[in-house]
Ligand binder design. Sequence first.
Ligand SMILES: O=C(O)CCC(=O)C(=O)O
Ligand SMILES: [Fe+2]
Length: 319
Amino acid sequence: MEHQNMTAIPTVDLAEFLSNDPSQKAAFVEKLGKAYEEIGFVAVKNHGLSDELRDLLYEKVKAFFALPEEVKKKYEIPGLAGQRGYTPFGKEHAKGFNKGDLKEFWQFGQWVTEPVEGEVYPANVEVTEIEGFNEVGREVYKTLENTGIQILRAIALYLGLEENYFDRYVHNGNSILRAIHYPPITQEPEDAVRAAQHEDINLITLLMGASAAGLEVLNKKGEWIAVTALPEQIIVNVGDMLQRLTNNVLRSTTHRVVNPPREEWHEPRYSIPFFLHPVSSMPLNCLPQCISADRPKAYDDITAGEYLDERLREIGLKK
Ligand SMILES: O=C(O)CCC(=O)C(=O)O
Ligand SMILES: [Fe+2]
């Protein structure tokens, strides 16, 4: 039997998809697709990110957030909507909320060596105080980008598309690696939470194990389910862009990060999601194979770039 996580999140083994055995590959596609129709989240093992590299990134990220506020503030770059560098505590709020989340974060974007048609990617911001910060960030970014491409290949097969359908859109795409610090809670937070309930904007999100509990997802029955990855797993969930492209066949599930009980207020939480985005020119028009009499087209046509712009305004990052 597949070993069970403590959560209600299905688990899959990426090694099955990467094997040369067609029946294993097909079984992976089926399991992943069904999970994304049902709950929108899976825990994945054999994802390609080593424990050493993950631990090294956490070490760098913790050192960064421990820097004095005035040092961190110099990495908040005006005009970039937080898409590169530092965003201070309380600035971002979930769509539809006006209380800021109880977090500060850092974002790495794409590293390109050649111009990408239709894109002007801002350069990544170099942290000079912490040796290796940018190099380690880049290595994790490239590793998770590759893992994400494999997952999208499985999704493409599940949807009846050619396996490489997403490749051209995610090659040199606008993905973001976001390192988040939720500091210790020092006063009654009232109705502010570490991360208010939301759906991710992008195609899929890859989330390596966080330093503490708190992540919850909303299942179809309306119950909040705690999610914890085993040490060898990462969580991979569907975002709104993929939900939109699939005309709601695949589900971008609502999730949040709750505040810990008072006894654990002194403990910070660190978490590092990778938001896999396509290039801005990718059409998110509902796929014809996802439209039927029972499932009429639910969204207007839009490109990924236009959609991202709309969403960044709604969460207070873009003016
Ligand atoms: O901190 C986490 O575990 C998840 C954060 C999250 O959902 C997000 O930043 O979109
Ligand atoms: Fe999220």
